[in-house]
Design a protein. Structure first.
Length: 550
C-alpha cells in the first residue's frame, strides 16, 4: 500500500478522494497552516503531492521547505492549468514531476500512474543504494584485491588495494596501471598472461610482481576477465592475491627438497617407498644403482620381478612375505630377506620398515631403509658342515674357543626352530670375558648354576643342553666363559646402553647386548622371539644376522 501526503488541497478539496479511488493508495492531508516539521517527523510517506494554482509560488515554497528538511521522497506539483515557468522552477528546485489539469475523470489515468511509478522508482533506487553499500562492504572486507580497468585507467578499487600498495584511493583512481609494475618487461609478461593467453570470455591467469608506492615488491597471483565478454570496451575486472609469503615458503621448500634429495642420493643405504600392492613409488639413486637400475627404471614397477624374486633359493615365498609385511608391519619393522639384482645375482638385505598411514589409520605406503649384508649372511647349515671360515674373524681377540661358540650357536638354532613347549622364545647368550660381564650385570633370579662343579655346567656337555633350553624361558641372559662354563642364567645387564647403535625396531635385549659387547671383549647371540632371527654382536654392533626360517 502506498502512503501519500497531500499538502494544502484547499484549491482541490476532493483530490484525496480521487486518488484513494485507485484502491492501493492511502492519502493523508496537511493544511498549509499546519506544522510540517512535526507532521513529517511523526509519519513516513512514500510520496508528497502539493496542488496549487498557476502563477502561485506557494507550491514552490512548500517544495523548498521539504527539501531543506532533507526529505527525499518523490514530490509532485499540480496546477489547475499549464504554467511552464512554474514547472521549470519546480523541477529546478527538486520536484520529481509536474502535472496540470487533473480532474476526477482523468485522475486514475493521469496522476495515479505517476504516483505508482515514482514510488516504485524510489524503492528501486533505495534498494540499489543498499545493495551497492552491501557489495562495497563485502569488497572492502575481502582479502582478495579487486579493481576495474577501462581505457588504460583504473576506474574502481576495493579497500585492500590502497592498503596493500601504500597509495590512497584518489591516487589510484584515474591512474595508468603501469604505475604498479616494476619494469616494462614484467608489465609485458603480466599482460600476456592476463589478456593474450586467456581463453575467450574466461579468466586470464598469471603470477607476477607488483610495486608498492615505496618501491618494494610483492608477489601476486592475478586473474582478469572482461566485465562483459560480449563488449570488452566496458572494461576489465582484475583480482589479485598477495602470495609473497607463499612464494617464500615455496622457495624454501624447493631448496629443502633439493637438499633432501641430495641426502637421499648420497646415502649409502637403499631408500625405498612402496604402496600396499608392492608398487615402487620411489627409490634413491644409490638403491637403484645397487640393483643395476636407474630410479626411472623402477618407478611404477612392482617389487616382485625387479628387485625381489618370487621365491628365495631356500624356497621362501617372497610374494607372501610382502603381503605379510603390509598386513602386519609391526612384526616386520626389521626384516632380512633375499633380494635380486638386475643381472639375476642374489643378495641379502637387512630392511628397517616404517608404515605410513592415512587419517583413518590405513596403511598407504611403506618406507624401507635397506643395507646389504650379503657378506654377513650365514647359512645355518654352514656350522654343521664345518664350512664357516668367518668364525675365526668373529672370535678374534676373545678368550672363546671355537667349539664353545659352535655349541652355543647350535643351541640358539635349535631354540629358534623348536621354541619351547610349542611357543617361540627369545633369549640371550653372552660368551667370553665372563668376569667382566658378571661385574656389569646382576641377577634377576637365584642363579641356578651357582655352586655346581664346572664340569657339570659346561655348555659343550650334551647333558646340559636340555637344562639350558628349559631355563631359556626366563628373563635375562646366560653368561658363559670362553671355555664353555655357564656362569649364570637370568642375568640383567646394568650398564648404560644409550651409546649403543642398533637398527630401529630392535628392542632392549638387543640394545643391552650391543652395550655390553662395546664395553667388554665378550660376544653376544640374541634370539628374537618373533621372526626367527639370530643376531650376532661384537664390539657394540651387529656382526651378522641369521634368518633361520630361510
Amino acid at each position: 500500500m502506498i502512503r501519500a501526503l497531500v499538502i494544502d488541497h484547499s484549491g482541490m478539496p476532493t483530490l484525496p478522494r480521487w486518488i484513494e479511488a485507485a484502491g492501493d493508495i492511502i492519502v493523508s492531508c496537511l493544511p498549509e497552516s499546519a506544522d510540517r516539521g512535526e507532521a513529517l517527523a511523526g509519519e513516513t510517506f512514500d510520496i508528497i503531492i502539493t496542488p496549487t494554482r498557476a502563477g502561485d509560488a506557494a507550491g514552490i515554497d512548500t517544495l523548498h521547505d521539504i527539501r531543506t528538511r532533507e526529505i527525499l521522497v518523490p514530490f509532485v506539483l499540480l496546477t489547475d492549468t499549464l504554467d511552464a515557468s512554474l514547472a521549470a522552477r519546480a523541477m529546478d528546485s527538486g520536484a520529481d514531476y509536474y502535472l496540470w489539469g487533473v480532474t476526477e475523470e482523468n485522475c486514475k489515468d493521469l496522476l495515479v500512474p505517476v504516483i505508482r511509478n515514482l514510488v516504485l522508482h524510489r524503492e528501486t533506487e533505495e534498494q540499489m543504494v543498499q545493495d551497492n553499500a552491501i557489495m562495497r562492504a563485502i569488497h572492502d572486507a575481502s582479502p582478495v584485491a579487486a579493481c576495474v580497468i577501462k581505457d588504460h585507467q583504473i576506474v574502481w578499487v576495493n579497500a585492500i588495494i590502497p592498503r596493500k600498495l601504500g597509495y590512497t584511493e584518489c591516487e589510484l583512481i584515474g591512474s595508468d596501471p603501469t604505475l604498479l609494475f616494476p619494469d616494462d618487461e614484467e608489465h609485458r609478461r603480466i599482460d600476456a598472461g592476463l589478456y593474450k593467453d586467456s581463453p575467450e570470455g574466461g579468466w586470464g591467469m598469471v603470477e607476477g610482481l607488483l610495486k608498492r608506492k615505496d618501491g618494494t615488491l610483492i608477489n601476486c597471483h592475478l586473474l582478469s576477465r572482461p566485465i562483459d565478454p560480449a563488449d570488452p570496451g566496458k572494461g576489465l575486472i582484475v583480482i589479485g592475491q598477495d602470495i609473497t609469503d607463499y612464494v617464500r615458503i615455496r622457495d624454501l621448500l624447493r631448496k629443502s627438497e633439493v637438499r633432501y634429495q641430495d641426502l637421499l642420493d648420497s646415502a649409502n643405504s637403499i631408500v625405498l617407498r612402496v604402496d600396499t600392492r608392492g608398487t615402487i613409488r620411489f627409490i634413491n639413486k644409490f638403491g637403484a644403482a645397487f640393483f643395476g637400475y636407474t630410479p626411472e627404471d623402477l618407478a611404477g614397477k612392482n617389487l616382485v620381478g625387479t628387485i625381489l624374486p618370487q621365491k628365495s633359493r631356500t624356497g621362501r615365498d617372497l610374494v607372501k612375505m610382502v603381503r605379510d609385511v603390509m598386513q602386519n608391519p609391526e612384526e616386520f619393522e626389521v626384516n632380512v630377506n633375499e633380494n635380486m639384482k638386475r643381472d639375476g645375482e642374489r643378495v641379502w638385505i637387512a630392511w628397517t620398515n616404517r608404515a605410513i598411514r592415512d587419517e583413518q589409520g590405513r596403511i598407504v605406503e611403506m618406507v624401507s631403509i635397506g643395507n646389504d649384508i650379503t657378506d654377513r649372511k650365514i647359512n645355518p647349515e654352514d656350522l654343521l658342515s664345518g664350512t664357516a671360515p668367518w668364525i675365526s674373524t668373529f672370535l678374534e681377540g676373545t678368550d672363546i674357543r671355537e667349539e664353545v661358540f659352535e655349541d652355543v650357536y647350535s643351541l640358539a638354532l635349535e631354540l629358534s626352530r623348536e621354541g619351547r613347549e610349542g611357543k617361540p622364545i627369545g633369549t640371550t647368550f653372552l660368551i667370553g670375558s665372563a668376569a667382566d660381564v658378571m661385574a656389569k650385570s646382576t641377577q634377576l633370579i637365584l642363579n641356578p648354576f651357582e655352586g655346581h662343579a664346572p664340569s657339570t655346567r659346561n655348555v659343550t656337555s650334551p647333558e646340559i643342553r636340555e637344562t639350558v633350553k628349559e631355563l631359556s624361558q626366563i628373563d635375562g641372559a646366560f653368561v658363559i666363559s670362553g671355555d664353555g662354563t655357564i656362569q649364570a642364567a637370568g642375568r640383567y645387564i646394568t650398564i648404560d646402553t644409550s651409546r649403543a647403535s642398533i637398527p630401529r625396531g630392535l628392542g632392549t635385549r638387543h640394545a643391552s647386548v650391543a652395550g655390553i659387547t662395546q664395553e667388554t671383549p665378550a660376544v653376544g647371540i640374541v634370539l628374537s622371539q618373533s621372526g626367527g632371527k639370530i643376531s650376532l654382536f661384537k664390539d657394540g654392533r651387529i656382526f651378522r644376522v641369521i634368518t633361520v626360517k630361510d
